[in-house]
Design a protein. Structure first.
Length: 149
């Protein structure tokens, strides 16, 4: 009986921890027209309090944020993905190195040009990892689709 109660308590505790950490980052994906067939694709991360999201450029051991786009012959991507937010560079004991990350929010921005004047959809995936002072959550993939009008 004690084993059954303990197992039930562990199951409930596991769901509680998952619920508290499962949404450490909320993502929004939008496009803003900036010129003739030219758009800024915004991939904005809102990061939960006490967590930080690792930047694209980091040491090898850190699961840095990566954004990949599905090939589309109707689109060209201009330059690399830029990070708009307050970049923090800090030595962390766990990595034994200086790492780069964002707290609160970061907006990843990619300039995209369409080769046609009709609506086109940009598809891709954001892969990222977040940590707090006690733990790191496993890297996560978030697929996205944004229509360019």
């Amino acid at each position: 009986m004690k084993k059954m109660i303990f197992a039930l308590l562990m199951l409930v505790a596991g769901y509680t921890v998952q619920a508290q950490t499962g949404n450490a980052v909320n993502w929004t994906f939008t496009a803003k027209k900036t010129g003739d067939k030219t758009y800024e694709l915004h991939m904005k991360a809102t990061i939960a309090s006490k967590y930080h999201l690792y930047a694209q450029k980091n040491i090898e051991d850190v699961s840095a944020a990566t954004i990949s786009f599905t090939k589309n012959p109707l689109l060209t991507f201009q330059g690399s993905v830029k990070e708009v937010g307050k970049l923090i560079s800090k030595y962390e004991d766990i990595w034994k190195a200086k790492v780069n990350y964002f707290e609160n929010s970061v907006d990843f921005v990619q300039v995209v040009k369409s080769k046609v004047a009709i609506p086109v959809t940009v598809k891709g995936t954001v892969n990222y990892m977040v940590c707090n002072e006690k733990q790191c959550l496993p890297p996560k993939d978030v697929p996205f689709e944004v229509k360019l009008n």
